[in-house]
Design a protein around this ligand. Structure first.
Ligand code: NGQ
Ligand code: ZN
Length: 449
């Protein structure tokens, strides 16, 4: 039985329309009528937007959110945070991971993300041995996606080394390690775990230029075929310095020179680039994966957003705080603070910053996650509705609604979220929130004892 939604106003692929009737069958949009007349059985929606893709998540890190904000003995940095993170995951098994990921995923849905790219490297048991099912941890991620309803692009991560030039890994990394043969088997088992999920995508990810050698990156690019390929790159200045010492080239420069970077690729962070690298990345067709909240939290630095002309999307990365609108707001605010200007990412006079941020991140997220986004016939029905009664949206229409949500209201303006035609969030709350929080509390209390 098809279902129908009737939106007072909706952002479609070609812009805003009024009186939009959206027909959904089997989770997909089968018809869109604008300037339509409502019919009995239509579900009324105030302001309909397409759901966003969250192109970079390490779901398990949600469990340590806020636990690394206490000053340590020596200068705190990304690298000392990483030690805290390695200690946090020491005791985490598949059931723990499933519970923590489920919490992260309902929070993503509640803020407007309808698909997540899970950059998943926690493969093995605490001793570094494979689980009986080598994809047990991937299956835990798939289980969290099934329980919450979020769409999943799983990016099993290849991790073999502890630094540039094939340096030996440290003990904190042993749960991540594979070689190419084991990785191929693990990835194919992870693919089996995705089978029950509607429109799941299987990609892959060399963790970073630190964790994979040039030969391994080449082999992985071949293994990927047409699937998404993600990699962490140039996030910290130390990483840039180490890359220069190893190869004579900067990380983004090295990757563009030595790997077949194209539209399949998502370069996560790409924080530290010269103007020439920024320009080459834009022309490569790859997506830049920006995670403004995490990049601020970890003290990474600022991506050259104002001068970048290529594809980009947003990710929640460490999940220290999950909020799609806040990622977009901070992306623009970083530029305002540096350049002491305003509306730096709006493309032309008279255009809305919120609309530019939303539209570009929607397209970039879709490209990076290997799944189309946008309210269009043939696409999965992945929609957000904003609450027209929210004080920050009163009297607004069109792009001003996006500015009101992103800059003024934040997540409080999100009313409902549908994923694959199923309404998962109402009045800003996921339907399974209470059960998922209960399950999370039990797991986390045990882990933090
Ligand atoms: C990660 N996270 O793999 O979780 C990384 C930290 C690393 C971010 N880069 C570890 N934000 O890069 O070695
Ligand atoms: Zn990351």
């Amino acid at each position: 039985m098809p279902q129908t939604l009737f939106a007072t106003t909706a952002l479609l692929s070609d812009g805003w329309h009024s009186a939009v009737r959206i027909t959904v069958d089997g989770g997909r949009i089968t018809a869109i009528d604008t300037d339509a007349v409502t019919a009995p059985g239509d579900e009324p929606v105030a302001i309909a937007l397409p759901g966003l893709g969250n192109l970079h998540s390490h779901a398990f890190q949600r469990g340590m959110a806020g636990l690394a904000e206490r000053r340590g003995a020596s200068d705190d940095s990304f690298w000392t945070w990483r030690e805290v993170m390695y200690r946090f995951l020491e005791r985490m098994g598949p059931d723990d991971l499933a519970a923590i990921a489920a919490l992260a995923y309902i929070e993503m849905l509640e803020t407007g993300f309808t698909r997540v790219g899970e950059f998943h490297y926690l493969h093995h048991d605490p001793h570094g041995n494979a689980y009986a099912d080598p994809a047990a941890m991937s299956a835990a991620i798939a289980q969290a996606a099934a329980q919450t309803g979020i769409a999943l692009t799983l990016l099993p991560v290849f991790y073999a080394h502890g630094g540039f030039g094939g340096a030996a890994p440290n003990a904190g990394q042993r749960r991540f390690l594979t070689d190419l043969d084991r990785f191929a088997r693990l990835r194919s088992a992870a693919g089996d775990a995705l089978a029950p999920l509607p429109d799941a995508v299987l990609g892959l990810a060399p963790h970073s230029l630190r964790a994979a050698t040039p030969d391994q990156i080449g082999a992985l690019a071949t293994m990927a075929g047409t699937a998404p390929i993600h990699i962490h790159i140039a996030e910290q200045t130390r990483e840039v310095d180490d890359c220069l010492a190893w190869s004579g080239a900067r990380p983004v420069e090295w990757l563009l020179d030595h790997a077949p970077v194209d539209a399949r690729w998502c370069l996560v962070h790409a924080t530290h680039m010269t103007p020439a690298e920024t320009d080459r990345l834009a022309r490569s067709g790859a997506t830049a994966g920006l995670c403004p909240i995490t990049e601020a939290n970890l003290g990474d630095g600022l991506f050259p957003a104002r001068d970048y002309r290529g594809a980009w999307g947003i990710g929640s990365d460490s999940n220290v705080l999950i909020d799609a609108s806040e990622e977009l707001r901070l992306y623009e605010y970083g530029q305002r603070l540096v350049y002491r200007g305003r509306n730096l990412l709006a493309p032309a006079p008279g255009t809305s910053t919120g609309a530019a941020l939303f539209g570009q991140s929607l397209r970039g997220g879709a490209a990076a996650l290997g799944a189309p986004a946008g309210i269009a016939v043939g696409h999965s029905a992945d929609l957000i509705s904003l609450d027209a009664g929210h004080p920050c949206l009163i009297g607004r229409s069109g792009d001003a609604l996006l500015d009101g949500w992103i800059f003024a209201a934040g997540r409080g303006a999100i009313d409902c979220v549908w994923r694959h035609g199923v309404k998962l969030v109402s009045q800003g709350r996921h339907h399974a929130r209470d059960a998922i929080v209960r399950q999370y509390r039990a797991v986390l209390t045990g882990m933090l004892e």
